[in-house]
Design a protein around this ligand. Sequence first.
Ligand code: AKB
Length: 316
Amino acid sequence: MKRILITGALGQIGSELTMKLRDVYGADNVIATDIRQPEDNPVVQSGPFAILDVMDDKAMFELARTHKVDTIIHLAALLSATAEAKPLLAWNLNMGGLVNALEVARELNCKFFTPSSIGAFGPTTPKDNTPQDTIQRPTTMYGVNKVSGELLCDYYFHKFGVDTRGVRFPGLISYVAPPGGGTTDYAVEIYYEAIRRGAYTSYIAKDTYMDMMYMPDALNAIIALMEADPAKLKHRNAFNVTAMSVEPEQIAAAIRKHIPDFTLDYQVDPVRQAIAESWPNSIDASAAREEWGFKAEYDLEKMTEDMLAKLRGKLL
Ligand code: AKB
């Protein structure tokens, strides 16, 4: 990766990935784009930035061509709960944006990364230690988009030779930019509310296990996969990656080691609970470990300590 175009650069992943890639590859070599341009944002201030609607294929092509990019990281997408509320918009944006970005990668011979998700699995998928290659019959629009996206990326690799790579991200926990419209967002909100008021009301029920990962591990995973020797990749779109499988009470217990009187109660949202129940409890990341050395540094305890320290600095 030498000159990189990022879509959705102001989202949860993009806000941190852009800064990290600018550190590693040089600020001028990372062209950040999003549909809005808030002037006071570090992503906008720290290097090249352009407004881009990913539905505008010509604008995307022109930006990539004029900046001579060799890598596209396509992040712009609606998350699971929003996609369930607006399924047609989700189909149009998630699939339309992806095919536009793949076409630009094909025409300009770019490497390509886009994230898939644990949402690409469904109720008939084996729930525990979900294998890399298994049944994928998701019952959400987001999941339908993610499976279709994985297949489309594989298609562009086999048919046109585009160097497409991806991971199935679990819920990502971060203190920089909030996620929006996801099912796993509770696992971020719980930390903010622990600092703000020492209490949280979870919309996900007790005992609902989902995979999670701290953002620094997610960023390292993207870079490691994109830098991996292609000869070693048996899979491409997309690798299971995870750092922990947790349910709300376990996060609360980890928080109580730092905030002893933290309280957790529940007001379950049936829509997001149903989505969570259709996803795996835990996924198997051994293919990612074997093929490109994936490794997560943060477990629940280490992540909780860092999240709370960073949020104290940010919110208090
Ligand atoms: C969501 O909850 O929609 C995302 C995801 C797991 O893909 N965080």
